[in-house]
Design a protein around this ligand. Structure first.
Ligand code: NAD
Length: 374
């Protein structure tokens, strides 16, 4: 079996598999082709892939020769058309939203897996690219805020007087939010956090942050551990609580998301205006509409001395470790679909079925099947 690894597009610094992961894959009895320059932006030049046992090839050679093509971002539709009809594509192409790509795969009888569909179960944790990237993003958001803040994070007692610690408010305590809390605490900030899921409170407290309470949040056990949309009354009380905290905060990092929905608006314009000049808001939900009313995707807006950063592909700013985590997640998933060096698709396995967008043109993931039948 031949597995090809594509170079990512301009603007993406990660790669699906670093040389160490390629070496591991080759030990399973498969051949690996890697596109020239695929690891360059992750500081893994071609000779490292060759030492790991891979052959370097052009993009077209890889598309035409591979039984399985791996990438993070998807190739163009035209490039998919150049792959062998029975070849499998594995990437992270946001299949529920990138409907043009999903429809093309189905109409052209292709087989494809999209890693954001990996079920969020205990057994699938080692394959969960969303958690891996959220870890990178939560960490990097704090460093970004610390760089922009005109103050220290930790408390200092110096001969020139004492400096009080920075006060950080984290909205949404999922994977990225918890990492942001832990990183802010390591830098010495006083941290407050908020989430609508009651289970998040204990995790927030265990990381040494304080939990901001707003009574009456709606939860749904059927949502698989995710948050659900809140009613207007709750959202209004929540905005009030955030407004009160925000005026005392130096930094707000927002991470609140609801799968398949626009991100909830939590920080109103009046709240930004109530913050001290020099304060910083990092909005990690910018690509799904933003948690702050003033957020512009991939831009920094300054109002009254408060900078609002609409974050875009923060995972790409840590390409070595982000690619390392990505590769490990991919290898753990590939163990389920490769046996004795050959492709072995067992759709009885809920992780394989849940991640498979389509097999030979048939939608397999229940979420994709539901989408195309509505
Ligand atoms: P996410 O990116 O979908 O959302 C981020 C956070 O925003 C969540 O904690 C959510 O509750 C919160 N949020 C949504 N609306 C909000 C609002 N109005 N106000 C404040 N907060 C709001 O979440 P995620 O980080 O992907 O994780 C979601 C859940 O999935 C967590 O319970 C996490 O522990 C669980 N999880 C499980 C696994 C696994 O078992 N494999 C892996 C990852 C995450």
């Amino acid at each position: 079996m031949i597995i090809g690894i594509l170079k990512e597009p301009v603007g993406e610094s990660r790669v699906a598999l670093l040389p160490d992961s390629v070496k591991n894959l080759i030990s399973w009895g498969v051949s690996v082709l890697v596109e020239y320059g695929a690891g360059a932006k992750s500081y893994s030049p071609d000779p490292l892939y060759q030492e790991a046992g891979a052959e370097m090839k052009s993009r077209l050679e890889i598309l035409q020769a591979s039984d399985m093509v791996l990438a993070i971002n998807p190739p163009s539709l035209e490039e998919v058309g150049r792959m062998k009809p029975e070849a499998v594509f594995l990437g992270q192409f946001n299949a529920l939203f990138n409907q043009e790509f999903t429809q093309y795969l189905i109409q052209n009888q292709r087989t494809a897996f999209s890693m954001e569909l990996v079920p969020r179960t205990t057994r699938a944790q080692s394959m969960d690219v969303l958690s891996s990237m959220a870890t990178v993003i939560g960490y990097k958001a704090v460093l970004m805020a610390a760089n922009l803040l005109p103050r220290f994070f930790p408390m200092f007692m110096t001969a020139a007087g004492s400096i009080s610690p920075a006060r950080v408010l984290i909205l949404g305590a999922g994977v990225a939010g918890l990492q942001a809390i832990a990183t802010s605490r390591r830098l010495g900030a006083t941290v407050f956090a908020f989430d609508v899921r009651a289970a998040a409170k204990e995790e927030v407290l265990s990381l040494g942050a304080k939990f901001v309470e707003v009574e009456g949040a709606k939860e749904d056990k059927g949502a698989g551990g995710y948050a659900v949309e809140q009613d207007e009354d709750f959202l209004n009380r929540q905005k009030e609580a955030i407004h009160e905290q925000a005026s005392k905060s130096d930094i707000i990092i927002t991470t609140a998301q609801i799968p398949g929905r626009k991100a909830p608006l939590l920080v109103e314009e009046r709240t930004v205006l109530a913050m001290k000049p020099g304060s910083v808001i990092i909005d990690l939900a910018a690509s799904s509409g933003g948690n702050c009313a003033l957020t512009q995707p991939a831009q920094t807006v300054e109002v009254n001395g408060v900078r609002v950063v609409g974050v875009d592909n923060l995972a790409g700013t840590l390409p070595q470790d982000a690619s390392k985590m990505y590769g490990k997640n991919y290898l753990n998933f590939l163990k389920l679909i490769i046996k004795d060096g050959q492709l072995n698709l067992n759709f009885e396995d809920d992780i394989v079925a849940g991640t498979c967008v389509c097999h030979q043109g048939e939608a397999v993931s229940p979420r994709i099947a539901q989408l195309i039948n509505t």
